[in-house]
Design a protein around this ligand. Sequence first.
Ligand code: MF3
Ligand code: CO
Length: 251
Amino acid sequence: MITIKNEAQIGALKESGAILADIFRVLKDFIKPGVTPAEIDQLVRKILREKGAEPSFLGYSGYPAAVCTAVNEQVIHGIPDSTPLKEGDIIGCDIGVTYKGMISDAARTYPVGRISPEVQKLLDVTKKALMEGIAAIKPGSRVRDISKAVTAVIEPHGYGIVHSFCGHGVGFEVHEEPQIPNNYPSRGKNPRLKPGMVLAIEPMVNLGTAEVEILEDDWTVVTEDGSLSAHFEHTVVVTETGADIVTGSLD
Ligand code: MF3
Ligand code: CO
């Protein structure tokens, strides 16, 4: 079942998303060579406490942190540790915020210091794929119209589009229906989108193969070939005319 959120719930969701947008603004300046993923996690926990919000991922299926970090070839769901970031790394930060009962979910991949043009392009293409996926939400559109728009941006570059993980409904729970694949075509349901649905759209894009594997910690997803991976995610509300982004801007 795909849940529909009412006006009050969408209001609270937007407050939750605004907190998340603030956090990303802070992280943009905080992340530099020498900083550790564990410090990022601690900082995010502190900001959430100050704002009276809660980390949605901490304890979710036993996940042990507030932020899912993903350094370089890590795709998603890495556990923040104390390894300092190095110049030229990239780090994905995926965060869920629970506020007034509503969950927003978003991710950014940040450069650490200076990165190569090749890697910057991977980040830019992944951002564009997310924004085009959101732009595909129009009256009457279906889940796979999002997948089609995301894939159309990425495919010409020959990057690997991760298909083992998807976007998803969100709001009351971290993961709700529907699943939103980033690859197209793909099998499965293709429900029509309706006003009041809340979706987390999240392309995960690899410089090399699309194939991924999970490390022995049972969480960290890495590229099978060790190539770098980028991840951007927004929470959006489907409206009568399109979609409203609740988790700020990617810049
Ligand atoms: N945003 C993440 C996703 O959609 C949620 C992570 S849940 C956690 O996959 F358990 F890993 F924290
Ligand atoms: Co998500």
